[in-house]
Design a protein around this ligand. Structure first.
Ligand code: GTP
Ligand code: MG
Ligand code: ZN
Length: 324
């Protein structure tokens, strides 16, 4: 049976699609006598894949293969609660957090996505979509102000009505693997279609390989960006976007207290300066972080988010200990 390297391009729960690659490069259809897309399964829990994984697979039938190994990941973006975790994507260069003026976005989810990016060492880039709807624009900008102050890039955009605002994002996605995350209805898929004109065709290729679209709601999918005109090409690799389903919750129960402390980048200069080393930045005396909140240098909302995530992480630890 043939073994070869493949890139995991779609994940539907535990069902995967992967396409053969050679030393990280796409293999043209027909080359190596292997088909363009394979249905890939995992032998067990130790081989749960994520979109973006580089795999060694073994062919088990026409269009079918099984994962033998998953190459070491540069990073892995995932969500979790006390009981289970869900991977979103791996080996990505940046996270595009897609928000909208309407329906209003959740600042809690935005905060969590940024923390997930920081702990996975992936650059977050914030997109505020639907800026053509002016009524809720000031409120949205107000929620983003702390993030702008911290130096996170924010792109105001109207994917539907302002092509120039989409074009301005192009140089930031070319040559990179970016994952789109956000709540339902923010415009992730609309943005994907604006940046990748044949995205619908790529989706169709995926669906053809699966028995119907029955897993589509949980799908994360990898799409190739079009190769730019030669004069504009920044590298041989055009880049890719990974679309993820909208979510309402972004659990980060797997993060340790120390990981959390460091993921809040505005806390970093003050770490170790609280009176208590395990300070929760609540009502302990001598808290260096709360002192920064008092002078308006750190946002109170971010400290609340820290406390909430710390609480969830401790809870998950307690539940795990009880299950053992
Ligand atoms: N007014 C306005 N509407 C937009 C814009 N971009 C997208 N929309 C609309 O917002 C709705 C949701 O867009 P989608 O791209 O499906 O949102 P999504 O984030 O992919 O949602 P899920 O797939 O459910 O996670 C659609 O009706 C779009 O037409 C925009 O720039 N302005
Ligand atoms: Mg979508
Ligand atoms: Zn403190």
């Amino acid at each position: 049976m043939k073994s070869f390297q493949a890139l995991l391009v779609a994940s539907y729960g535990r069902h995967y699609l992967a396409r053969p690659i050679k030393d990280g490069e796409a293999v043209k259809q027909g080359e190596l006598d292997i088909k363009a897309l394979y249905q890939v399964t995992s032998r067990g829990k130790q081989h749960l894949g994520a979109v973006g994984d580089v795999l060694e697979v073994q062919e088990t039938g026409p269009d079918q293969a099984v994962i033998e190994t998953i190459h070491e990941r540069k990073n892995l973006l995932y969500r979790s609660d006390a009981y289970k975790s869900k991977s979103i994507a791996s080996n990505v260069d940046q996270i595009l957090i897609v928000l909208a003026t309407e329906p209003g976005f959740s600042p809690d989810l935005l905060g969590r996505a940024v923390i997930a990016a920081e702990t996975a060492e992936i650059i977050p880039r914030i997109i505020l979509n639907k800026c053509d709807l002016p009524d809720k624009l000031p409120a949205a900008r107000k929620l983003l102000a702390p993030y702008i102050a911290m130096g996170y890039p924010v792109h105001e955009m109207s994917v539907k009505h302002d092509p120039a605002s989409v074009a301005a994002l192009l140089p930031h996605v070319q040559g990179k693997v970016s994952v789109l995350v956000g709540q339902s209805g923010m415009g992730k898929s609309t943005l994907l279609n604006a940046l990748i004109p044949n995205a619908a065709a790529q989706t169709q290729e995926h669906s053809k390989k699966l028995d119907s679209g029955k897993h589509t709601t949980t799908a994360c999918r990898y799409y190739d960006l079009p190769q730019p005109h030669e004069s504009e090409a920044v590298s041989d690799f055009a880049g890719a976007l990974i679309d993820s389903p909208g979510f309402q919750e972004f659990g980060l129960a797997h993060l340790s207290e120390s990981q959390l402390q460091h993921a809040f980048i505005e806390f970093r200069p003050f770490l170790g300066q609280c009176k208590f080393h395990n300070c929760s930045h609540g009502d302990e005396p001598g808290c260096a972080i709360r002192a920064q909140v008092e002078v308006g240098a750190i946002s109170a909302q971010r400290v609340e988010l820290f406390r909430q995530l710390r609480h969830e992480s401790h809870n998950a630890d307690a539940i795990q200990a009880r299950l053992k």
